[in-house]
Design a protein around this ligand. Sequence first.
Ligand SMILES: C[S@@+](CC[C@H](N)C(=O)[O-])C[C@H]1O[C@@H](n2cnc3c(N)ncnc32)[C@H](O)[C@@H]1O
Length: 394
Amino acid sequence: MLRPLKAQPLTLVLQDLGLKPERVRTIGDEPMLMHSDGQHALCCVPAQEHAAAAAKNELLSFVRSQLSENGACLLFLEGARTEAELAQWREALWPLVHLGAIYELSTRGIQRRTLGKREALKGATGLAGTLLVGRRVTHVLSPQATREKFDSNAAGWNLQPGKPGWKHYRWMRRFVGHFTPAQRFDRVLDFGCGAGWVGIEAALRAGTQTLDFFDPSPEMVRHAEENARACGLHSARGRVGYGEAPPFPGEGERPYPLVVCSGVLSFSPDPQAFFDGLLRALEPGGTLVIGDIQRDSRGMRRRRETKALLPVRELNAWTHTQTRAELERRGLRFEAACAYQYSRPLPQLMHFNEVKLGGALDGLFVSLNALASRCCGQSYESFDSWVLRFTRPD
Ligand SMILES: C[S@@+](CC[C@H](N)C(=O)[O-])C[C@H]1O[C@@H](n2cnc3c(N)ncnc32)[C@H](O)[C@@H]1O
């Protein structure tokens, strides 16, 4: 089903991507024998071929044989394709490759699409079709890529009071931070803290000043430190590190009676090592509260079917059932679970409110979300996020 394609007609696109044409390999080229830096794999799907699922094995075996760890996977689909079909080709590439950009090529021009962005490039390629551009998932989720991604948009993740969406942002963090039991804990660890709000909420509720937190992004840690101090947590301590090898507890330090971890598992390149890290951080008798996005909610499933470009975490996420089973297998005792963030169409309405109405209805949406979780928080398919609580037997 797949055909070879020469890199030459794509010169303008390769330039835009910063790729060297001589590093592009296609069907029929000798397979890569040794690790080769920056080697890209390019192939073509003829216009009459639409069955992405049927092409999966052939596609993945070609990509595996030609794509280096840091190279780009280039899949050119001849002719007209719907967005839903592009989503199927993205699925065919997963879990080897994650789609990061799409180039729409016509005889008149080139349109580049990335998440939430569309731009016209100068010139044309002479080809008519869609070029999908992806990278190995291991590369997209690599420690360096994660650190760069969050460092470069740390201010965006640290929402500011009064900005559209602020009330909802804080409500979500409070929801997870307050899923802890109503009791005192003398030390709290926020595992993948981002701007720190889940740990801050948990520490305030636990009645402790001792909040430790870490994140791969030094910029996020800096924001978390500032936010904690602004909330009166003056002995809060931040470190840079990854959940797969957590920097807390360090050498000679004790594990924690309370660990909170929100929205982080879905970014992990190695979930088994991540779970090992969580258990290492939790003392016997301690409580773990972990939350993340619900991969199989109504809204997430629809996004996967209808949108070609999605954040990698939406594909990499675990459901609450999978996470619970994994943590129980590791000896943790399940205590409670709840779903939150009502799914489609609430996020779409909230987006409209933030972009078009300047967040005027923020309060209303927070109340609706809170009510929905209270009334039907066990109906996981209807919510985009989940939170689970466990204890570690003594
Ligand atoms: C969606 S944010 C959530 C932040 C925060 N926990 C919250 O709920 O607001 C995800 C955070 O996870 C961090 N992260 C990504 N991969 C990680 C990993 N492997 N280990 C620990 N943290 C990670 C990112 O740097 C980012 O700050």
